[in-house]
Ligand binder design. Sequence first.
Ligand SMILES: [Mn+2]
Length: 408
Amino acid sequence: MLPSHFFINNRKRLVELLPAKSIALIPAHRVLQRSADVNYPFYQDSNFFYLSGLLKLADGVIVLAPSATSPDLKEFLIRPKPTELKLLWEGTDSDEQLRKVSGISTIIDRETCLPILRDVFKNARVLLTPSPVEIRYFQMTANPARAQLKRWLKKHFPNSTQKDLRPDLAKLRMVKNKLEIERIQAAIDITGQGLKEAYKRLKPGVIEHELETEILKVFRASRANAAWEPVIAAGKNACTIHYDAKTAECQSGDLVLFDVGAEVDHYAADISRTVSVSGQFSARQKEVHEAVRDIQNKAIKLLKPGITFMEWQKKVDQLTCDALINLNLITAVQLKRNPKAFRKYYPHMSHFLGLDVHDAGDYQQPLRPNMVLTVEPGIYIEQEGIGVRIEDDILITNNGTINLSQNV
Ligand SMILES: [Mn+2]
């Protein structure tokens, strides 16, 4: 568990970024329905966790109001009053437990919070809340908590201006401290152990989900969770980047791609490895695997403080284009005609890593020490049934990088 001073300090640093006469409100996630009256396992909003450490509290709101006149109301937590039904079926953390974990002393009931908020907000012009993440592109539905809070504030405080708090939160979250890097390292080490167990089980005839079972066993035994649904993809399945059926048999002669990550105290690892089912690469598989490994080595060498993510990505794209030409997958003429043609074989980008596997961050800012990002080149050749991705987790240091997953 992370100590409460970590969350106290995160709130303090966020308050320092707030403009004068503004108030920040950060909502917890809501519980989502799975089917009938059964819910999905609850998963906390990362920003809410970052500022409170409260993993299990649904429907809470953290309020940071530095301009409040009462010292008890400069920061407080709003929580739904637990009903008798809720207490009987699920139980809930007491206010005392919430205070201990978060370091927030004032807790008020959601049902009676409106007059208190009216009083606290009377000197404020701007209300800052994290806007919902744009995910329609992925055909997903957002957790409704953020949009609901925005609507509720609009209804009760129509004269206040609402602004997006995400850029300020990203500014803080993209640079990690020692406690955070320790968690990411622990998640990486557990992921490495999981992969080791899966490799032991790997042989022709094994089903993809049987390999997953080995990995998840290690995660649970290490008191960690999976940071997302693991990708374990044999043969051509590896050409689906986030393949999740895991029902196929691994055939001798196939490659199998693992893209997995454990999660420790909400901090994720994200590691990909591509190995041969029989232990022996074909000449072509070897050629593609070495090309990806080579891109990765060069890409890691290009990382240093000062370069922006986008500048770096452009260079990595160029390395990938060269490799695809060498592998006879694309010609220089085709690339000239359509500079994006290589995306067919290499559709994804690297990303920041932290509380979210695709972590909050500003991709236009120059990289700085203590940022963590993944370097994950891949080449996917559907017509040949070959998909290779190699992904490591890289810490930016004062003068270069440390590969946190080099022992995996
Ligand atoms: Mn990744």
